[in-house]
Design a binder for this molecule. Structure first.
Ligand code: 4BW
Length: 147
């Protein structure tokens, strides 16, 4: 039998291995960039999900997008951080998984993205599936198949 077919990658779902929403650092659409940068720097993550006021997923925002907004010709224009809002610079072109999607679906998406947002049936934010979680599962599968 094909190794992928035998593995948990087709049995487990995104919901099984995601970091649940309550443990994920996030920002909201109506936050100014200074708040978003604070969340990113304090959490240590390079990008985090963006939610609307009803906790539906809208996109992601990262340090690079924010710093690009304040780079001037000669110096950083830090005052812009309070004038520009997350909804003006958010990245909406992101992959998304449903809670019931398999880890194999997730594997395809984390090739190009460090994490994938997971939503429930009504598009409410449920959590994130990280590259780390997928790699750890692949390692478990590898050693189980060798045993
Ligand atoms: O604060 C951290 N704690 C730990 N335990 N690991 C961290 C931390 N910050 C970074 N890392 C490691 C992880 O292995 O560096 C990798 C890249 O981080 P990133 O992308 O570029 O900030 C981390 O890999 P990962 O666990 O596979 O996570 C992939 C991406 O998912 C992270 C970040 O953008 C997002 N992320 C992970 N956990 C998150 C989160 N975003 C918000 N809240 C969380 N709890």
């Amino acid at each position: 039998m094909d190794l992928i077919e035998e593995s948990q990658m087709t049995q487990l779902t995104a919901a099984d291995l995601m970091i649940s929403a309550d443990k994920v650092a996030h920002v909201q659409l109506n936050n100014p960039l200074e708040h978003a940068l604070l969340v990113l720097v304090k959490s240590g993550y390079s990008a985090v999900p963006v939610l609307d006021t009803s906790y539906k997923l809208v996109g992601t925002i990262g340090k690079t997008i924010i710093l690009n907004q304040i780079i001037g010709l000669e110096h950083f224009e830090g005052e812009k951080l309070s004038e520009i809002y997350v909804h003006e610079v958010i990245n909406k072109d992101i992959p998304v998984l449903k809670k019931e999607d398999t880890l194999l679906n997730g594997l395809n998406k984390v090739i190009d993205h460090p994490f994938v947002c997971v939503v429930d049936t009504e598009d409410y934010f449920a959590g994130i599936l990280t590259r780390r979680a997928i790699l750890k599962q692949m390692k478990r599968d590898y050693y189980q198949q060798k045993a």
